[in-house]
Unconditional design. Structure first.
Length: 276
């Protein structure tokens, strides 16, 4: 497959040339020298993970459907003196996924970390969720993780290993009223995590999942600004919803060498919801 060309207006943007970058941060971070691809990186949990990973020294490719939020994240990372690019595309489309993975290889020389954070939610039971909406949720939340991982794993193997972090949900572990497609997609993602962990262990590729509970992100509200079931279904023993930064901290741990003996783990991060 040919490498993507990098030119003005292309889906994969060039990193700032070293001479144009702000003064570099001097302290080495936990991900210094690593290359990370983060889907759903323009908003919410994906955005916070991208910013934290960049602060910790990783070179970042953020991917998503809309250029404007992706470019904003890239600008924030570059303002830190770090390096980032973006790749615009749908994780369910083969050609766009190829650009995401090959963009990391072309710009930075490989891939060490993948965060599958692209996701969507539709409120509805099985009987009132039509096929188009079902396919969109399953496609984005489950098929998308498969599509990107399928190309990322060989790239990581060439680098001697890596870390894949799937952003699942507590509602992949327990049920939720009027969340049939979402629960099915996240439950599938949890089992995909375990299967990929077993299949990739010999290649030193670790695969783990984070299951956030009620986290204050744009997905908590619908197009009219009203709270979705995700914003109301999870009980909060700790008294507050989580933040995207809370989840990013756990993702950093899983991506780092501190978690070098962890694979196939499914970790709840929910303010005590599952305990109750």
């Amino acid at each position: 497959m040919a490498l993507p060309s990098v030119s003005a207006g292309s889906a994969v943007e060039q990193p700032v040339a070293p001479s144009e970058e702000p003064e570099r941060l001097t302290a080495a971070g936990r991900l210094e020298g690593r290359i990370a691809l983060i889907t759903g990186g323009g908003t919410g949990i994906g955005r916070s993970i991208a910013l934290l990973f960049a602060r910790e020294g990783a070179k970042i490719v953020v991917a998503g459907r809309r250029s404007e939020p992706l470019q904003q994240v890239v600008n924030e990372i570059r303002a830190l003196g770090r390096i980032a690019t973006f790749s615009r595309g749908d994780v369910t489309k083969t050609d766009r996924v190829e650009l995401m993975v090959q963009g990391a290889i072309f710009n930075f020389g490989g891939l060490d970390i993948l965060v599958n954070a692209a996701g969507c939610f539709h409120e509805g039971s099985v009987t009132d969720t039509d096929e188009k909406r079902w396919d969109r949720v399953i496609g984005t939340n489950l098929k998308g993780a498969y599509m990107v991982s399928r190309l990322a794993i060989p790239a990581m193997a060439k680098r001697g290993g890596g870390s894949i972090i799937n952003i699942a949900s507590v509602f992949g572990l327990v049920g939720m009223e009027r969340g049939a497609a979402y629960c099915a997609s996240k439950g599938g993602l949890i089992q995909l995590t375990r299967a990929m962990a077993l299949d990739s262990a010999a290649e030193r590729i670790r695969v783990n999942a984070i299951c956030p509970g009620r986290v204050d992100t744009p997905m908590m509200h619908d197009d009219k600004g009203q709270p979705t079931r995700l914003a109301t279904a999870a009980r909060l023993p700790m008294g507050r919803p989580g933040t995207a930064e809370d989840v990013a901290g756990l993702a950093l741990y899983l991506a780092s060498q501190d978690a070098r003996w962890m694979t196939g783990c499914v970790l709840g991060m929910d303010g005590g919801f599952l305990a109750s």
